[in-house]
Design a protein around this ligand. Sequence first.
Ligand code: GLU
Length: 511
Amino acid sequence: MATERRVRVRFAPSPTGPLHMGGVRTALYNYLFARHHGGDFILRIEDTDSHRYVPGAEQYIIDSLKWCGITVDEGIEQGGPHAPYRQSERKEIYLKYALQLVESGHAYYAFDTPEALDTLRAGAEARGEAFSYNHKVREGLDTSLRLSPEEVKERIGRGDQWVIRFKMPENEEVHMNDLIRGDVTINTSTLDDKVLYKSADSLPTYHLANIVDDHLMEITHVIRGEEWLPSLPLHYLLYRAFGWSDTQPRFAHLPLLLKPTGKGKLSKRDGDKMGFPVFPLQWTSPEGEVSRGYREDGYFPEAFINMLALLGWNPGGEQEIFSMEELIRLFSLERVGKAGARFDPEKAKWFNAQYLRSKSDEELGALLLPILREHGVENCCIFLASKIAGLMKERAKFMNDFWDLTSYFFFAPQEYDEKVAAKYWKGDNPARIAELKEVLASVGDFTVENTEKATREWIEANGLSMGQIMNSLRLALVGAGKGPGMFDVCELLGKEETLARIDRALERLGK
Ligand code: GLU
């Protein structure tokens, strides 16, 4: 009986720039899958394409995963039984495997110079065809398929540059299975002979390094973006050529993330145009160009992750808010869709608002204190900050919204809303507010209950309108027509400040 292998998945980014939110989703689904099955999540850095290497990108990937709460079991920081986990440090490993394929007839040396390839490309273009390095052309080219073993040896010996290419079989149906897309079949005659290894930099290409490492690292499931689906036939054939088909991983290609319009792949430019981040953290390119990040835009990582988890995976049912633990418990590849998932920036904000509201007043108060300090409020205590945050949390989507929503607790109004003033600061109202000030002055313990009781009794005794009085009081204390309950405001301002603000309004707006 075959024993079940321990689930091992890997996230294998190339450090060619900041991690796009689609990349974070790939990492997340790998992580959820690994945790769900009690397996391992590996971070492997695929940096064999030295031309596309961007300094800082690797650290950015690590920092992004940390911020998201996606913990790595084996990787460049953690180490592990298959270290190193950075492909550039595994350089020596790959040549042996490339040569093994040459030996077994599944690959060959090609000595074509870049100029010769350019000529071939230009010729094909002139005939209105796209050039493909395939079974039709390879026999006539400068390869070990045509040259004698001595000639090959001699060319290598004299330092000619060479590559090793996969010898794609001719006219064979490759049957593949994808855990999301089901069975896929492709005829090999439509495929070209991909380069596996280059002598110029003694480095493998993505395809070779990826297959060799997935094999050596005992990867059981490859979960990656849809853009890699066209590489799947080659990867199947590479496993077969190495004789590793028995332990070949299962594959799952994730659907694309689509623009908010639903048409086309979500790109950085969409974010710039429509004002939302596409990167988890702010990124400054080596040229100094800054791209905004979810973190810097004030998203909670839990909200970002929750939103991302549902872009392509549908747990069924109405529930939308999921903690990481719940995601781990519920996640399955069967419920990942084939169709692209449309990104909705408004929904992302909605998720953040839900997470903000679910935090305790004390947690929010602690997050509010540094924001207050930034605005010059040094003397607010955690107790007051928590009360204010609790009072206003239904109205905020982001922590940064709090300043606009709460600044009047700390600074008396400098201006009074003209429209509100025209509506409520007229007739007897100012005189009534002056009377109300005396009523409030007589309240000993300035709690919501006491100020409310005193005010209501006075309004009733004088046959006044609650609406008129409360709106005038609001204008006096807050300077605007909206805000939380007035007695809450009174309590938080305290008696002295409440009375002072009434005086100030009477002075500025007229008695
Ligand atoms: N290095 C590839 C990338 O950048 C990995 C693709 C894969 O997961 O096989 O996406």
